[in-house]
Design a protein around this ligand. Sequence first.
Ligand SMILES: O=c1ccn([C@H]2C[C@H](O)[C@@H](COP(=O)(O)OP(=O)(O)OP(=O)(O)O)O2)c(=O)[nH]1
Length: 153
Amino acid sequence: MAEQVPVRIRRLPHGHGLPLPEYATSGAAGMDVVSAEALILRPGMRHAVATGFAVAIPPGYEIQVRPRSGLALKHGITVPNTPGTVDSDYRGEVKVILINHSTDNFPIVRGDRIAQLIVSPVTLARWVEVEELDDTARGEGGFGSTGGYAPLG
Ligand SMILES: O=c1ccn([C@H]2C[C@H](O)[C@@H](COP(=O)(O)OP(=O)(O)OP(=O)(O)O)O2)c(=O)[nH]1
């Protein structure tokens, strides 16, 4: 089993009785997180869904909020800011921003698994300002400069 990073978590009053985020299988990268509220996400609607808990992520780590593929494929429900970033110094309630890209109402019941959380190491960088950058084969080409999505060749 991979090393497990301990993360302090605090249930908020409206989170009592709900399961904490958990890995659905032993090889899962993300913990499924459940909704602490009931609502109907109408077509095109966005909502920051309550989870009922707050966390203290150890310095050097973040939590990423990612969509669940089944909800995206079958219902058009995704996370518009994916991956959502929960900073190590954030102590408020973790929220899952969802958007309904379908043409149907999407009812969410308290306890429904709405997204997944990935605990991930953070690499901090510092800028080294220079007058010139080194040359590369790509140079300034980007945004389809290699020919779009047809096979190379
Ligand atoms: O999906 C998300 C994204 C963010 N947050 C919380 C934790 C995060 O640490 C904080 C700020 O997020 P972010 O930096 O993405 O938001 P911002 O729009 O830049 O706001 P701020 O000015 O508060 O940093 O909001 C969540 O609970 N869920």
